[in-house]
Design a protein around this ligand. Structure first.
Ligand code: SF4
Length: 365
């Protein structure tokens, strides 16, 4: 029997410009590469239909910037597969270049959720992040999504930037909340290896400040929860019913199939990654030559358990205590420290505990 897959991720690796902190598989827009990508994606989809029983419930288009494609190429992307049959179809977008026409195109195809990479509002923050949009573009993009009738709107924000103390970060969050998004994702800036940001740090031009990030994280929880954005994962806050179902399914340990260059899949106990380079990815599916997957591994039960604990601790759902039978003493210690609480057979981290989710996971695994 073919494995059933309900969660699909599609990686669209194109951006109009490249941000210095980003380590996702991505490249600048180029017509021939985009056409290769689309041809490869169609071929990958056909092969996936043979190998798996695909019943899309949650589809997530990430990148890169899926909406950076021209309207004609986006039309083709939206028509590669019956994505619109899913209960939730999320698409990531950037405020620059996101027009009302693109918003309509997405809504008409059946997109239910737009995740807009606002990241910041202050000009100095946007400049440091290498972003090309300004606050007017963010407002315009939000308005376009609303006019087009996209059901759910998420804003992505980044904190821990230079010269960004609690009051500056609070102003950023207030500006985001004033736009009435349905959910907000707030991430601490993370210097990933091999990025320009990592080089800046190596040259001594800047360094992240973990203590300040911890203060800003606790402020984020207080500020957003007071405005009805409940925390449903360490970095994700939502009004009721607007949680990202795709992410929730993945965090709960459900299988997911990743399509597109560099996309990761976990299906039936195996995990693999597609080739990262767009040209090699497309060729691997179109010509059937050479390996299509990298880093393929059979997952050990201990690996699965460790990952479930780590992901579960980061979420509002927490962990089922019956899955932690020999850790009673630790659970009580963590509750006494104010890092966790126990409710109806489940173990949840408090905001202070979520700051130390990795540490707690190491104790409980
Ligand atoms: S727009 Fe997003 S995906 Fe593209 S380079 Fe910037 S952070 Fe990375």
């Amino acid at each position: 029997m073919k494995p059933v897959v309900e969660n699909l991720y599609v990686h669209v690796p194109f951006c109009t410009h490249l941000c210095p902190y980003c380590d996702f598989p991505k490249e600048r827009l180029a017509g021939n590469r985009m056409r290769d990508f689309l041809a490869g994606l169609r071929a990958e989809w056909s092969a996936a239909c043979e190998e798996f029983d695909l019943q899309p419930r949650h589809v997530f288009f990430g990148g890169g910037t899926p909406t950076a494609l021209s309207p004609a190429l986006m039309e083709q992307l939206l028509a590669v597969a019956p994505w619109g049959e899913a209960e939730e179809w999320s698409v990531e977008a950037n405020p620059d270049g996101f027009s009302e026409n693109k918003a309509r195109q997405l809504a008409e195809a059946g997109v239910t959720r737009l995740s807009l990479g606002a990241q910041a509002f202050r000009p100095q923050d946007l400049a440091w992040l290498g972003r090309k949009h300004d606050r007017a573009d963010i407002r315009q993009a939000v308005q376009s999504a609303r006019i087009a009738g996209i059901r759910s709107l998420n804003l992505d924000l980044i904190y821990g930037l230079p010269d960004q103390g609690p009051s500056e970060w609070q102003e950023t969050m207030a500006e985001a909340c004033a736009l009435q998004p349905d959910s907000i994702s707030a991430y601490a800036i993370t210097p990933e290896e091999g990025t320009e940001l990592a080089q800046r740090i190596a040259r001594g031009e800047w360094s992240p400040d973990e203590d300040r990030e911890a203060v800003l994280f606790l402020l984020t929880c207080r500020f957003l929860e007071a405005r009805d954005y409940a925390s449903y994962e360490v970095s994700n806050f939502s009004r009721p019913g607007h949680e990202c179902r795709h992410h929730q399914s993945v965090w709960a340990g459900e299988d997911y199939l990743g399509l597109g260059p560099g996309a990761v899949s976990t299906v039936a106990g195996r995990r693999w990654r597609n080739l990262r380079d767009t040209g090699s990815y497309a060729q691997s599916w179109l010509l059937g030559s050479g390996p299509r997957r990298q880093e393929e591994e059979e997952r050990e039960p201990s690996q699965i358990r460790t990952e479930r604990i780590l992901l579960g601790l980061r979420t509002r759902a927490g962990l089922a205590e019956q899955g932690l039978p020999d850790r009673e003493e630790w659970l009580e210690t963590l509750v006494r420290k104010g890092w966790a609480r126990r409710e109806n057979g489940r173990f949840h981290l408090t905001a202070r505990g979520r700051l130390r989710a990795d540490e707690v996971a190491a104790i409980l695994t």
